[in-house]
Design a protein around this ligand. Sequence first.
Ligand SMILES: Cc1cc2nc3c(=O)[nH]c(=O)nc-3n(C[C@H](O)[C@H](O)[C@H](O)COP(=O)(O)O)c2cc1C
Length: 301
Amino acid sequence: MKLTKLLHINKPIIQGSMAGISQPPLVIAVSNAGGLGVLTTVGLTPETLREAIQAIRAGTRQPFGVNLMLQQPNISALLPVLLADPVPVVFTGAGNPKPFIQDLINVGTKVIPVIPNVKIARKMSALGASAVVAEGMESGGHIGTETTMTLVPQVVSAVDLPVIAAGGIGTVASVRAAFSLGAVGVQVGTAFLVAAETPVANTYKRLILQADDTSTVVTGTGADRVRSLKTPLTEKLLTATPTEQVKLATGSLQRAIKGDVANGSFMAGQIAGSIKKIEPAAQIINRLAQGEPTILEELSQ
Ligand SMILES: Cc1cc2nc3c(=O)[nH]c(=O)nc-3n(C[C@H](O)[C@H](O)[C@H](O)COP(=O)(O)O)c2cc1C
């Protein structure tokens, strides 16, 4: 099924949630432009989540999503807010939504897990997910081990669900590539880090604009593998002991958001080297949407 039809949106472009970053003004701008904005819940309480959802509804009549990073300690406190006042879509990541997925489905919310491999895609399909985001390790933030190029077609073959490609997508050509691999839409994070509505320090945006193809590095292991721009902090993380790593990494994205170059983790994906200007989210959406196949191209497939 087409992503636009599934989510009632005009353009098959999802603004991937970014912890502490994808706040209501960005979500509103993306959804008003015809894509799907996704609210981060990292750092929110039930009260501030309720307020953020109200702010989004006041700013747009279009669908939007909410992200639950399942490593967050307060998921069970946030869930009642989403059950009492259902939102169109919930994206889950970094954990298994099994304990609550049916509750969300029962109130009419579509649940779309972000998955790093075929095994987890199959599990999410069996649990009743409406679609999956297949996220390759080119992505910024927490990552799996497979590349978008190899993961997306294997997930497309393995599950009978719409597949959204993520990781390394930030140009018209990469949107085209995602559709060629069988995806029905794309989820984009890094390219939205420099949107005019994105509330990070100018330093963060400048570092993205200055990045080239080899500017990111992966630190950490297992569930803590993180891709970010090479900075003094990533240098230290690469040689730190596991205990030191936890100390250095805790709160490091928040420090980056404030522009602390020495101690911040400037999470960003490998596509950062292609991002060359700050512009409104609507322009990013409109440009990326040019990569969607035309009706004629679809008919000829
Ligand atoms: C700074 C940053 C923070 C992120 N935080 C989250 C998050 O809290 N939850 C989540 O599911 N994905 C998170 N992601 C992943 C994005 O939602 C998206 O899937 C990813 O950025 C796509 O790859 P790209 O960076 O190559 O565009 C984050 C990505 C970045 C760059």
